[in-house]
Design a protein around this ligand. Sequence first.
Ligand code: ATP
Ligand code: MG
Length: 392
Amino acid sequence: MVQAFLIKYAEIGIKGKNRYVFEDALVQNIKTAMKRVEGDFAVTKESGRIYVTAKTDYDEEEAVSALQKVFGISGICPVVIVEDTGFEDLAEAVVKYVGETYPDRHKTFKVNARRADKHYPLDSMELNAELGSRILAAYPEMKVDVHNPEISLVVEVRKRIYLYSQVIPGPGGMPVGCGGKAVLLLSGGIDSPVAGYMIAKRGVSIDAVYFHAPPYTSDRAKQKVADLADIISAYTGPINLHVINFTDIQLAIYEKCPHDELTIIMRRYMMRIAEEIAKKCGGMALVTGESIGQVASQTIQSLSVTNAVCTLPVFRPLIAFDKLDIIAVSEKIGTYETSVLPYEDCCTIFVAKHPVTKPVLKSIEKSERHLADVIDDLVAAALETEEVIRIG
Ligand code: ATP
Ligand code: MG
């Protein structure tokens, strides 16, 4: 039975002072992730290593799957812990470990002993030689290869003795929280949840904002967005989902502005409001699921007219992705099935038949002047009535 996992993480670029910030964030995020797994786990940092130790029974597959969602982890090593009750017991445990871990033993191996506890009666070289010969005696079909073994069995002698030989790949990336916070514009579509996942992989934590337009969009549409936030929160950590009632703003735009410019003007107000939310929650950037050329509002011209209202940087992790590539990621992270549920979106309801694809900033600004009398109050009211849902 595997009793612990040794967590491997990439150390490049995190030397010195940053290392502690990185490791502490990783430990904290692993603790949060393991809360989703049935069982009780201790997450500890010991001499520059992170261990997840099981204190109760648990399902190994479930635990590994949770750890594979924690950014910053490069590898997960299942560890068997043996009490130090003498060399004979250790040799027996090592032989048993190899037998249970490798049903097919036609493999080359090497023993890689390390002593953190220098008082152990055998030194590393002696342990390598002795344990190696015990394994060969038990399994004559195995062969030693010290240069390029198929199995490299680590025997780490501490107060107790840790055995491991397998590395399950982790998700890579940086621990969420190390890279500051951004505000994700999260719709019920395929793209924005993927964008949130990608930015979180670089260590950025997220608050999300969803614009809904009751009664044109339903509670089911809102629930779908909350469900998507819940799915990505397994990767991003807890998310505050800010739900903004956008109906009156959309109606005003619809009433007062040229219809072929509706989408672009609406998007500019979404960005303005998202920036206000960012100011309040400490967000340092906005994140969207846009990709060049996907729809009229995602041409370079449209994106730059949208950007013109922003003072914060706008990150678009999917900017150069094909739709099929985005779909592949959404399937991998588990958002696809929810994203394709057919609930109405506020953008699709007020969309023009022939939206501008090459908007000119000056003329959009001119159209927005028609809103001058009402828009500040409407934006203020939308911000005042926001609903914040805590997810994850
Ligand atoms: P998605 O699949 O993410 O909905 P999309 O291809 O449908 O994207 P648009 O509808 O043009 O594209 O939206 C572009 C981006 O604007 C979205 O990726 C998202 O970041 C943001 N967005 C659109 N609608 C909303 C909304 N109702 N609430 C919050 N953000 C939104
Ligand atoms: Mg959409």
